[in-house]
Design a protein around this ligand. Sequence first.
Ligand code: HEM
Length: 525
Amino acid sequence: MQLLLSTCFRLVQQHYIIMFMILWQSASILWRFWWKIPTGVKIVAYPTVLGRWLTALRMSFNSDEFIQRAYDQANGQPFAIPLTDRWIVYVSDANQIKKLDLEPDSVLSREQGLHEFGWTQQTLGHLRLPPDTSGPKSENFRVVNGVLKNKLRTELPALREHFKSIFKTALRSEFGISKTAQSDQIEWSRCWLMPTLFRIITRMNLSILVGEEQANQHTVVQDALSYLFCVSCTVLACQLLNKFCSFVIPITMGFGLSRSRVFKVFLLMTEQALNKRSLTDINLVRYSNITGWAVEMTKLKEATAIAKISFGVFFAGSFSVPLLIQACIYRMCMHPEYLTKLREEALEGRNLPLNVGNHEMPYLDSFIRETARLSPSLTLSSIRSVMHSYTSSDGYHIPKGNWIASPQSPIMRDENLIPRAKEFDGFRFLDKEMVSARARLTHPSQSFLFWGPAKNPCPGRFYVSVIVKELLSQLLLDYDFMLVDPTARPFWTIGKVRLASPFMSLLVRKRIVGPLVADDQNRSI
Ligand code: HEM
């Protein structure tokens, strides 16, 4: 009898818990999809509150197509699509975007938007600098832009030999080709592209962030890679599970162990740079990496706070570069007709310093820009988080907590803005005489949102442009390559991210100098 009673009691208890969870979930659906709905804009979702929720679920897997259709139907007007955590109002008209640019960060915050986008509370945890809504006046913004757009950019031409030697060694070791391999050793080796590119680029980023000595240490690179893997799993979990993800985060983040180990390296290098500054005449101190330049530029005194800034740069710069390179390699394999010209150019430019006047290698520059245009790694751009309920001068109203953004892919594929926009034309950005570029990879514009808003584009883009060109040049000059399965799906869309396929594999061999045998996907192996 007692057993029966206790079983009944437990069932009732469980029943209440389930009832409570259903009520809580219903309330949050009502709150988000009815109470927080933007007004005065076209709502692109299935009708009713439940329909909007289903649209949000659908957006987790198929957002690219959905946004494209909404853009085509909106005729330049703003439209709103629900995600599981918020509404996004997409604005594409240039004049409306200009008006948004005039709003202060305390109303429409770019920095808050970037933090929410990167789930920094979960992925950087206590090592993040909290978002500062004072816009360009914030210390983080000033230091990050100063370090990447001034210091690092000025050093780029001199760093070319350094980049070259890192990539040469890395490619050889990744492809399992010995230093003394002769051109008649033509066996193909198979390479799993995404992890390979992450290893190479993370090693390179560490060398400019914390210096060559640290980047040479196997454990430092391994910790950085483990941390990036944890971040990828966490962002994926957060995108799919949203608020329910709290209990899985410690697991996906590996309890923050790799994060702490990587941060320790940043802290150590920051402390060393601070010591150097205090011991030497300040005018004589020369730093050669980002942690040192951050110490040189910041007004902050405390090592941990300064290290958080450079750690934030590591976080911001780690994911997009491998994805861009993978997209370029995919395009090269699918459009081998470009390879002869790209190889000629790479050979001619082999020893020139890159980024002196930002006009070197126009063919490769155009090829990468065209790839980026058609294969951006995000479905949206220029995110702003609504800090206080916002009513625009055009009459639409967006409740606090939602986002305003631009529909990146549809704009970059709009035939009204770019002729034959849906076609891949690798040398599209060269002028009529085909000698120099009309628009460089690093130039942001209203129809090229790859680097974010034209007003405040990514400060790391000059560095990206140089290292991507260097790596692709070496690949073109030293290797033949082709896709293992050219028919496999090249991209996946998960929530706001448009990922190059993590399963893409390449067949690679040392290049036979002479006829360009790699220019044909159909050759026999
Ligand atoms: C293909 C590679 C990259 C792409 C497509 C990319 C794109 C972007 C975009 C879209 C933004 C947001 C801009 C905004 O909405 O205001 C951004 C911000 C940023 N990026 Fe990049 N980025 C890339 C590589 C890098 C690298 C390698 C670094 C560092 C070495 C870097 C450092 C940053 C930083 C620090 C910010 C935040 C700027 C701020 O808070 O003011 N990025 N990037």
